[in-house]
Design a protein around this ligand. Structure first.
Ligand code: ADP
Length: 353
């Protein structure tokens, strides 16, 4: 039946309940939400087959009996409930319509259920965002404020080298705040799909050399190597964005290793190039590798270097905006390799353009 097809195609679960509280119809989305085959839902009491509980743990159908007895009530506005299945609670939004006969008796209740867990996750992310940002902004600003007010009030009392030290700290901390703000702007551009990729032919080995030259100035106990074949092709990409990705990967390689060699390498790969940054650092446990490219993921613990957990998320956004992809391999205790692939000419770049 065409109506059935439409109902089946709906993203929200639609459940029809008879006056006795038993399910008379459920669409396909219900099966996905409840993780139970449709055949097992039909004919069963709603409160048992789809245990919807309010904040106090009460079953929804039983609790809505009062509303069903009020003849004037036809619509129950959307409300948040928990669907408790197999020891796990899925937040759902439920809206219901009561169909009534001429005497006002409920003949059927039409319930629409929407999986609300994504909203829950978004809220958690927002809460995480605020606490991460507050922390990341507060620590550099503490030193900016502390040192500038000390210098303003006691300028005469400090020798030049101490004044220079304080100003250098303020300078570095102001850079940290600027960087965090730039990262946040990148995140918002990535998420709004507003990242502008300005492609031109670029020489990645030259770009990598320039980046490593900057790290050489302050090697922090590391040695740097570069390895590209002579026939490494030109890539049609956004030079600034590729440099941003490479800089971030080398920064991580340095940050998460206690000395050792950091190698930047590249090779042609079937209409694309692959570029890798390898270190001999602490590594990443296998189960956490998929998480490192997600927003705000940081492997915490005492002594973990500071960061926002945004670097690899942004790197992934920049690589994917070029039509490429990025991934990592790691051996805990031995080192990590983060590798990305860029098409020679990505989407939107006509051949020979
Ligand atoms: P941040 O470095 O600011 O925490 P990133 O998004 O750059 O954020 O990295 C996310 C997490 O991935 C880091 O907190 C770290 O635990 C892990 N990680 C990234 N690169 C490496 C690496 N080269 N070696 C070990 N762990 C890494």
């Amino acid at each position: 039946m065409a109506d059935d097809l439409y109902l089946a195609a709906l993203p929200d679960a639609v459940v029809v309940v008879g006056p006795d509280g038993h399910i008379s119809y459920a669409n396909l989305a219900t099966e996905r939400l409840a993780r139970v085959p449709l055949a097992e839902l039909s004919g069963r009491p709603l409160d048992e087959a789809l245990p919807l509980r309010d904040g106090a743990g009460n079953p929804w159908w039983a609790c809505s009996a009062r509303l069903r007895r009020l003849p004037g009530v036809h619509r129950v506005p959307a409300r948040q409930l928990q669907l408790v299945l197999g020891g796990r609670a899925v937040p759902v939004e439920l809206a219901a319509t009561f169909l009534r006969d001429s005497k006002g008796q409920v003949t059927e209740a039409l319930c629409v259920l929407r999986d609300d867990s994504a909203r829950g996750r978004a809220d958690v992310t927002r809460a995480d965002l605020i606490s991460t940002l507050a922390h990341e902004l507060r620590s550099p600003l503490t030193s900016v404020k502390g040192f500038t007010s000390t210098l303003l009030h006691r300028w005469e009392r400090f020798p030049d080298d101490q004044k220079r030290f304080m100003l250098a700290t303020v300078n570095a901390d102001a850079d940290r705040v600027t960087r965090l703000i730039n990262e946040l702007l990148d995140v918002s551009r990535i998420e709004a799909g507003r990242l502008e990729i300005r492609r031109r032919p670029i020489e990645v080995p030259k770009l990598a050399e320039d980046i490593l030259a900057r790290f050489q100035l302050d090697p922090d106990g590391h040695t740097f190597q570069i390895s590209f074949p002579d026939d490494f092709p030109e890539v049609y990409a956004d030079a600034d964005k590729v440099a941003q990705v490479l800089t971030n990967l080398v920064e991580n390689a340095v940050k998460y290793s206690d000395g050792g060699t950091v190698i930047v390498s590249g090779e042609p790969a079937d209409g694309a190039v692959e570029i890798a940054v390898r270190d001999q650092g602490i590594g990443i446990p296998a189960d956490q590798i998929p998480l490192i490219f997600t927003k705000f993921y940081r492997r915490g613990g005492g002594g973990a270097p500071s960061g926002t957990g945004l670097g690899l998320y942004i790197a992934r956004g920049l690589v994917e905006a070029h039509g490429g992809r990025i991934w990592a391999r790691s051996e805990p205790g031995r080192g990590t390799e983060v590798r990305f692939r860029l098409p020679l000419s990505g989407p939107g770049a006509a051949a020979g353009e």
